[in-house]
Ligand binder design. Sequence first.
Ligand code: AMP
Length: 398
Amino acid sequence: MEGTILVVNCGSSSLKIALFDEQLNKLASGLAERLGTDDGFATVKGRAERIELAAGADHQDALNALVAVLQDSGLLDAAPAAIGHRVVHGGETFRAAALINEDVLDAIKDCASLAPLHNPVNLTGIEATTALFPSTPQVAVFDTAFHQTLPRKAYLYAVPLQLYKDWGVRRYGFHGTSHQFMANEAARILGKTPATTSIISAHLGNGCSITAIRDGNSVDTSMGLTPLEGLVMGTRSGDVDPGLFDFLAQKGVDSREVHRLLNNDSGLLGLSGQTNDMRSLCELADHGHEPSQTAIDVFCFRLARYIGAMMASLNRLDALVFTGGIGENSSLVREKTLAHLSLFGFTIDDELNNHHGSISDGHIEGADSRFRVLVIPTNEELVIAREALASARPGIPG
Ligand code: AMP
């Protein structure tokens, strides 16, 4: 077999891998969860047996176990040709993927204060793959890089400028690989080039963000300094009045508790009191559970407001694009959201929407819609694999 590309995505207690061939066909994927606990385990897609990891198993143990399965099954008979890592925060340093060397590692460490929960664990993933494959070129692909084209008026908060100058307080934006993939896929579907395509890309998964992309460049996005700002998410509040912090402080809630409240206990989970899972919420709402219905309503209304807001950054809209677990699969969310936007001239075709665009090359807009509306499955692993191949082997098209 010719070279393979390994994609690694480390979370605080999880590790996801995917293996591609050099034509970027996916060969395998695996997942390890509950790392650092007594019941960590790993699974490889398509294989029934679950690998029980030793108590306290860490990212290195998980990677070793997953790679061993790939080797045993003959999918990875030599070191990969390239390894791509998802890295959450690249600050203002990284406008594109970077081939990892000591300087790049130092810069990722420097960005850790902006993403204390994410960048250190991404570095752990890089260390783990380096231990296994010391000679393989490794590439960091940043969630923030695609948004480095935001204009100053879109990335500055209206707080003292010194906070930006001293501490880098600004909007960075996240989900960049997914939004970039949407820009390219929408252009392909519409028979245009990315550089002449303007879209609004709504990535709606457990985390949610929306981006205005003008002629291929990110020009506004809903997530900010951290991935907490913007849309309602599974457990994250998205926008709240900043006055809430002082209000809660006066009630005796300290800042760590506020952080937990807004990141882990809010969003769909907080509103419904039941679950962060949109599919379950829809079922609960169908059975008359009012708080679940309210959670769906708030989610869709906030999203519609943001779609309106993103219009301000565009001089043309070639398509509104839905992606992510909710964006790709919930016809209800798409329908309810667009119902708020009839003033803009959006309509959708119920049948195409119920088929999630699968019978119409992604299109779900009504015949009389002023704008096209597309459903496009995201594929962040593929973007990372492509970037890894291109950066690790310059001259070979990804
Ligand atoms: P992701 O983080 O992209 O995997 O998306 C996870 C979210 O997608 C969860 O809230 C799921 O409930 C939601 N989701 C997946 N399938 C469906 C579906 N058929 N209908 C509604 N929501 C769905």
